[in-house]
Design a protein around this ligand. Structure first.
Ligand code: FES
Ligand code: FE2
Length: 347
């Protein structure tokens, strides 16, 4: 069961060109394409004539032309041309989905189009600011229930065990972090501090920390499936914690966009922005490479966890103290799902 009445990331804007691009989201096969006017459109990937995927077609001036018998569909989903006949039947249409390209993302609304409210799309201005936040982005396909990936990001104690090569290690430092949890109308935020701690490999490599650091992790989960992180460190005692200083050490921003593909798989759209050596492309590249290693470590754990849970769906699991935020995020999603299922079905 998925929340449908909300925005999900369908793709990076750079992925969508003037040819059809097939992607399944929330179990629904879609075709995305860029119209001749540059706008991104998304349609059901099934021609209403004989069911052929429209992703086999071609973008033409009036819209997307099916590759089988040439019907053409506008971005609204309406059929605008039937080769060889003048009359276009009223039922000649496919479902279209609201899409908005913003901050390098293509957001898609999977539910009732009449409720698609652009103002609810998450703003991420850092993607438009290559001077202060040079960044790189990519997509991982993960063979797990998307909720497991959200769980992963809500419990950062796993860094101690999973990410020793990059942003983690020192498990007890992570377990003992000071932690504030702040519920929000759209999800939950948490701030963690690891004061006077040994910098992990990625941090030390990035700015050459010689001694201990005061390290922060600010994380916000925004339903249904985005997680925004601002993390970094200053040398211990320079005022990161006491005075809120963030400049002059290591800092990065991570965007995690998790879009269910099917019940068993999800897309992990992520970007890593360099907030410490902004004028050095090699630093941005090195950060990206370290985070890519990190998230691939998560992928391996999550796919193994998903497979095991699939094989033992009725066996109980145990909550520990570290699950606090994870449980809040899950409850938020459960509430949203309950609200949506009480509403009229999506058109
Ligand atoms: S199946 Fe699409 S035009 Fe025939
Ligand atoms: Fe991780």
């Amino acid at each position: 069961m998925f929340i449908h009445n909300d925005w999900y990331i369908a793709a990076w804007g750079s992925e969508i060109k003037g040819r059809p691009f097939a992607r399944t989201i929330l179990n629904q096969p879609l075709v995305l394409y860029r119209e001749r006017n540059g706008k991104v459109a998304a349609l059901e990937d099934r021609c209403c004539h004989r069911g052929t995927p429209l992703a086999h077609g071609t973008v033409v001036s009036e819209g997307l032309q099916c590759g089988y018998h040439g019907l053409v569909f506008a971005a609204s989903g309406a059929c605008v041309r039937v080769p060889g006949q003048e009359h276009i039947p009223a039922q000649a249409r496919v479902r279209s989905y609201p899409v908005v390209e913003q901050d390098e993302f293509v957001w898609i609304w999977m539910g009732d189009a009449a409720q698609a409210d652009r103002s609810r799309i998450i703003s991420y201005p850092y993607h438009n600011d290559y001077v202060h936040w040079p960044h790189k982005c990519t997509t991982l396909q993960v063979k797990c229930d998307y909720l497991l990936l959200i769980d992963n990001l809500m419990d950062l104690t796993h860094l101690g065990y999973v990410h020793g090569r990059t942003v983690g290690g020192a498990p007890m430092t992570h377990v003992a972090a000071k932690m504030d949890i702040i519920p929000t109308p759209t999800g939950v935020k948490f701030i963690r501090w690891m004061l006077n701690s040994v910098p992990p490999a990625t941090y030390a490599k990035a700015v050459g920390f010689k001694g201990r650091v005061d390290r922060w992790q600010e994380t916000e989960f925004i339903a249904p499936s985005s997680v925004l992180q601002f993390t970094g460190a200053l040398e211990a005692g320079r005022g990161a914690y006491e005075q809120g200083k963030r400049e002059g050490g290591f800092a990065l921003r991570l965007f995690h966009g998790i879009t269910p593909e099917t019940d068993e798989t999800c897309f992990y759209f992520w970007s890593a922005a360099n907030g410490y050596r902004q004028d050095d492309p090699a630093a941005t590249e090195q950060l990206f490479n370290d985070i890519a290693v990190t998230f691939d470590e998560d992928r391996l754990i999550l796919e193994a966890q998903h497979a095991r849970l699939q094989g033992s769906p009725t066996l109980p699991l145990l909550d520990i103290d570290a699950d606090g935020v994870r449980i809040q995020a899950r409850r938020h999603l459960e509430r949203r799902l309950a609200e949506e299922t009480e509403m009229p079905a999506a058109k």
